[in-house]
Design a protein around this ligand. Structure first.
Ligand code: PMP
Length: 357
């Protein structure tokens, strides 16, 4: 039986999306083969690519001045790819606000001169305002992770850093609310939270910033070449591509990003209210930057953690344990988590507190 899936990624996928794939697993239309058996040079796959790119452009409101790329290497591949294309050997600021941005800083230091314009490690409970960040005059870009999946810290809005292009990792909150692309040099995300299965990286990047990549940039991450070749410099992961199309259709069917933004806020609010109203559960993150996507929380008595996870599973709740680096619990409530799933978790939490608190 399918349960409410709170895993952080790979994560829950709407049942109707899985069913659409099931319907065509043996044959895609009258193509004579499954989509994942068709050549990436076939008309069917190229058309799917074009529809996906058009849907992403429409959701973000960007035109040809941005490349929309679908690349191998998930999101982490772009920790190198973005630097090697946009700012090789240049000064780049990284806002270190959690696990993933800390890795960005490490990785970026191999290719660029890194300045940590802000660093909240190891606590990562707050986001100092961008006006207090140390951004040197020669900074070519400012990189940050919009939602720290493990700590559960999310930027309430885009930081304002003058005219320096932003490089944003939106892996765990992409398309969970509208994104104004003004000032964005590059936005990238893995698929496995809001956009389908793992293994592909979505990159939306300003074309004019990609004209002088490092000669060392791997072929598969050469943004300008990939744009020219419809992201088919190497064989596109076609399962991911088709599932991404289904997820984009589903995203639009929910009413688009503004509507999803409202729904996501309400779901998160209901979970945080349950935590805050209890003396048994706690969340350490500053209210202003609590994540709407990943809600970490602790039980007052950590020796009850295993029992909580086991009973949650029996109640229909999957994937609730926190990341091993921080412990406790984490509820990942991406776009595809229905409000009923959050209600089920809240009800379980109240009952667990009543019987164990
Ligand atoms: N950035 C963030 C914010 C993430 O949450 C993750 C994965 N959990 C990644 C990057 C890495 O994604 P991938 O493993 O697909 O490269």
């Amino acid at each position: 039986m399918r349960k409410y899936n709170f895993y952080p990624g790979p994560a829950t996928i709407p049942q109707e999306v899985l069913e659409r794939f099931r319907e065509e697993i043996l044959e895609y239309g009258d193509a004579g083969a499954s989509f994942i058996e068709l050549s990436h040079h076939s008309r069917e796959v190229l058309d799917c690519h074009d529809r996906v790119v058009a849907a992403i452009r429409a959701l973000l409101g960007v035109g040809d001045d941005y490349y929309v790329l679908l690349l191998p290497g998930g999101a982490m591949g772009q920790y190198s790819g973005a630097l090697l294309n946009l700012a090789p050997d240049a000064t780049v600021c990284v806002a270190v606000t959690g696990h993933w941005s800390n890795i960005v800083a490490d990785e970026a230091a191999k290719y660029s001169k890194i300045v940590k314009c802000v660093d909240t490690m190891p606590d990562c409970t707050t986001l100092p305002p961008a006006s207090s960040w140390n951004v040197p005059d020669d900074a070519r870009a400012v990189a940050y992770v919009d939602n720290e999946t493990i700590q559960g810290v999310e930027f309430p809005e885009k930081p304002v850093v003058g005219n320096v292009p932003l490089i944003i990792d939106q892996s765990s909150n992409v398309f969970s609310r509208p994104l104004d692309m003004t000032g964005v040099g590059a936005m990238f995300a893995c698929l496995q939270k809001n956009l389908g299965p793992s293994g592909m990286g979505l990159v939306v990047v300003r074309a004019d910033l990609c004209t002088a990549p490092s000669p060392q940039v791997p072929r598969v991450w050469h943004y300008a070449n990939q744009a020219e070749r419809k992201s088919m410099v190497n064989t596109v992961p076609s399962f991911q591509l088709r599932m991404l199309e289904f997820m984009l259709d589903w995203t639009n069917a929910q009413g688009g990003l503004a509507k999803l933004g409202e729904t996501n806020r309400a779901k998160a609010q209901s979970l945080y209210s349950c935590i805050d109203a209890s003396g048994f559960y706690s969340n350490r993150i500053d209210a202003a930057c609590r994540s709407r996507m990943n809600v970490p929380f602790n039980l007052a008595d950590a020796s009850l953690d295993d029992k909580f996870v086991t009973e949650a599973f029996a109640t229909g709740i999957l994937g609730i344990r926190g990341h091993f680096t921080v412990g406790g619990m984490r509820a990942s409530i991406y776009n595809a988590m229905p409000a009923a799933g959050v209600d089920c978790l809240v009800e379980f939490m109240r009952e667990f507190e009543r019987t164990n608190g």
